[in-house]
Design a protein around this ligand. Structure first.
Ligand code: COA
Length: 325
């Protein structure tokens, strides 16, 4: 005979099912909008718009129904209760060095159904799915002020691995003076060793796979030029030298999305004035109506970025749950 706890567990399982693109897409977009309305940025609204457009596209829905995984954020699990979709967890597969990992995203529970263990059950189910597929670990990111969610993830065993701040360019910035020993010019091919080292430190693959960054494209030498040509990437670069020593470098990548990107190659010990001077100089050179995004390790060069006219939009904690074999 089933125990009471087994009966409760079975009743809960009845609410939890895999996400089905054919019927859930619009409802998940509504739930995500409701749960994240205070923190939705323009990129988030664009993302929801794409979900809704896909929900209204019969060819896309037909294709998604046949695919093992639909496009990003279209896989995962939902919680349905009283005929309403009240909980969601999305699972996004991605590859780092040929290994498949999963990102847990869009964890959302309708306000009227919170504190009943729904998010915990959905997240546990997503973890079990990744484990069944032999993923080495699952990752997620959460805003550093979102204490309830951090608590939820820590209870499930997630460990903080990094904090990153997304900065957006504002209209105003201050120029910084250069000393007579300093100059800003294009980086040279023989600087690639240092640039690559700093870029790899500042943009490790496990934290940057979702951005349009391909580190080899930023090589100022022939190899980088070949990649940029091959992939039709429009990238402009500047470097600050102190005599012959490279202090820091920045690449400006023009993309098809709402904003363009700055990739900053600077060691943690770089003088803040030099980071400020380089970024402000480049901003003065660029006449671009679109904003610039700079994603960077949190708390590094904060004052220099602010002086160069960047405003912090959010700081995310990246958490990992290693999955045992
Ligand atoms: C965060 C959220 C998903 C939690 O959903 P939920 O179904 O209420 O969470 P659960 O009931 O499964 O709670 C599991 C654990 O999370 C923690 N938790 C959840 N809500 C909490 C709150 N308001 N305050 C403190 N801890 C909280 C607790 O440790 C809780 O365990 P406990 O109830 O045994 O103490 C929900 O509040 C939500 O949708 N928030 C808005 C969207 C969001 O921030 N999503 C996370 C993005 S990373």
């Amino acid at each position: 005979m089933a125990t009471i706890s087994e009966t409760i567990a079975a009743a809960q399982e009845a609410h939890l099912r895999p996400f089905d693109a054919r019927r859930d897409l619009g409802a998940v977009a509504d739930l995500v909008e409701l749960c994240f309305k205070e923190t939705l940025d323009p990129e988030g609204r664009e993302y929801l718009g794409r979900m809704r457009a896909a929900a209204n596209s019969p060819p896309w829905i037909g294709w998604a129904a046949k695919a093992e995984w639909s496009p990003p954020a279209m896989g995962g699990f939902v919680w349905q209760q009283d005929g309403i979709l009240v909980g969601n967890v999305s699972l996004i597969p991605y590859y780092v060095k040929s290994q498949r990992f999963y990102l847990i995203a869009n964890v959302a529970v309708h306000p009227d159904f919170r504190r009943q263990g729904i998010a915990r059950r959905l997240t546990e189910r997503a973890i079990a799915f990744a484990r069944q597929r032999h993923a080495p670990s699952v990752w997620l990111h959460v805003r550093e002020e979102n204490q309830p969610a951090i608590q939820l993830y820590e209870n499930l065993g997630f460990i903080e691995r990094a904090r990153r701040t997304t900065w957006y360019s504002a209209a105003d910035f201050e120029l910084a003076h250069l000393s007579p020993d300093e100059r800003i010019v294009a980086p040279r091919a023989d600087q690639w060793h240092s640039m690559r080292k700093w870029l790899t430190q500042n943009y490790p693959m496990e934290l940057s796979w979702h951005m349009p960054l391909r580190i080899n494209w930023l090589n100022p030498g022939i190899t980088g030029g070949f990649y940029r040509f091959l992939y039709n990437a429009e990238i402009h670069q500047w470097a600050l030298f102190e005599r012959e020593r490279l202090a820091c470098a920045v690449s400006w990548q023009i993309t098809a999305s709402r904003a363009n990107f700055f990739w900053l190659a600077a060691p943690a010990e770089c003088a803040p004035r030099q980071v400020h001077a380089l970024l402000a100089y480049v901003r003065q050179q660029i006449v671009a109506p679109r904003p610039m995004i700079l994603d960077y390790p949190a708390r590094q060069h904060e004052q220099a970025l602010q002086a160069a006219g960047f405003i912090p939009r959010q700081t995310l904690i990246w958490m990992e749950l290693p999955l045992s074999k």
